[in-house]
Design a binder for this molecule. Structure first.
Ligand SMILES: [Zn+2]
Length: 412
């Protein structure tokens, strides 16, 4: 019997990792959130290296496709499910998020904190799988972010600054906060008067304004607090649906070095299930990925948003955008049976030394399209679109990095 050796990656958080503490529960939230994110980036990497990865959240395409096969039969599951598990085939490892001394982390992980991801094998993990895990973590470090899968599959549950319907009361004809929690912008007995400039008097009106908007998007709320009106800066939804986090890999374990040829041969091996239609999510591949470091997209003022400009949404605030673009993603609509779809551009402003903007395109022409839009941010378009100072001197040749270049760097 081969001894199963755990491997530990030492990580520093560059932002808080917003995954814990939902209603005071901290149990396993980190592990669940980080696991979901790791798997997602692992899928992106596998597809980028020419392998096929199923989408475990989509019933029609998740493994196993053919339940008459035994889990050890060739074609039972894809190369990602081999490590992360699927129905009938358990995940090969247990993940623990621990502090520097190996203790369980109870509180939210703060910016600048050192922690460790401990992978404890439950069955033999192949050298190629350890290498892929290492590549995944270094990819997140270089050009991605840790976030629960909910980042990429927006939740349908609505919320406001971490509070939900159960925390609000409208029986008096006004929307009153009756459950608040420490550290949140809305306080107990606040009366919510306006959201983004629109008056609200019932939970239904609040829900209509918020449903389908993305968790974590900024939101301005006017409240009546202790007799006076106060404008507060808040966010859409509940942050445990956002849980973004930038990380840096500080130390890697031994035994995670592989060549690109070795990894490509492994992910393309005949034993993995490949016979599913991945057209709906094949964009989630490093071959469709781009990244610009040290620059970010944001809203500049009520009429200007470089973020909206890049994803092809109207820039002025409060302008609804029916017929969202592919880049902008899609808001869910239960009545019309429309599932939510992730936006494809992500941007991080803080901390300054880890700033980044990254995204995915549908096909190779998409890269050029994004680059042209980023150049408009640099130069303006002579048509009222002023330059965004944050993109001054942007040099696409040097700064616009595609997934293939990232792969080369990860293996060099
Ligand atoms: Zn699979």
């Amino acid at each position: 019997m081969v001894k199963l050796m755990e491997k530990i990656w030492k990580i520093s958080s560059l932002t808080p990792l917003q995954t814990g503490g939902v209603n005071g529960r901290t149990d396993r939230v980190y592990e669940t959130g980080i696991m979901g994110s790791l798997r997602w980036w692992y899928e992106v990497l596998v597809r980028g290296l020419g392998g096929k990865a199923c989408d475990p959240t989509a019933k029609e395409v998740r493994c196993p496709q053919d339940s008459s096969k035994k889990p050890t039969d060739p074609g039972h599951h894809c190369v990602v499910c081999e490590l992360f598990g699927c129905t009938g085939w358990a995940r090969k490892f247990r993940l623990m998020v621990v502090d520097e001394n190996g203790g369980v982390i109870q509180d939210q992980i703060r910016a600048g904190q050192i922690f460790a991801l401990k992978f404890i094998p439950l069955r033999q993990i192949r050298p190629e799988e350890w290498c892929l895990l290492d590549l995944t973590l270094r990819l997140i470090d270089k050009c991605g972010a840790i976030g629960g899968k909910t980042v990429f599959k927006p939740s349908e549950e609505w919320g406001i600054a971490d509070l939900g319907a159960e925390d609000l009361d409208d029986s008096s004809g006004q929307v009153i906060v009756h459950h608040a929690r420490r550290g949140l912008p809305l306080q107990g007995n606040d009366v919510i008067l306006e959201i983004e400039g629109t008056q609200v008097a019932s939970l239904t009106e609040v829900e209509t304004l918020l449903r389908g908007r993305r968790h974590g998007d900024p939101l301005t709320i006017m409240v009546q607090r202790r007799g006076s009106q106060t404008q507060i800066d808040a966010w859409v939804g509940k942050r445990h649906h956002q849980d973004f986090g930038l990380i840096a890999v500080e130390a890697r374990p031994q035994g995670v070095e592989c060549t690109r040829e070795q990894i490509e041969a492994y992910v393309k091996d005949d034993r993995w299930c490949k016979g599913f239609d991945n057209s709906a999510f094949s964009w989630a591949s490093l071959q469709h990925f781009w990244c610009v470091k040290r620059r970010y997209l944001a809203r500049q003022d009520a009429d200007t948003s470089s973020f909206n400009f890049v994803i092809g949404r109207p820039e002025p605030k409060n302008q609804s955008s029916q017929g969202d673009s592919w880049l902008a993603g899609r808001r869910p609509n239960r009545q019309r049976n429309i599932d939510p779809e992730s936006k494809k551009v992500f941007s991080f402003k803080e901390p300054e030394n880890a700033r980044r903007t990254f995204g995915f395109v549908q096909n190779q022409d998409g890269f050029q399209e994004i680059m042209e839009r980023l150049k408009v941010l640099r130069d303006g378009n002579g048509n009222g679109r002023k330059p965004d100072p944050g993109w001054k001197d942007f040099d696409p040749e040097k700064e616009f990095i595609k997934g293939e270049q990232i792969l080369e760097r990860l293996f060099s």
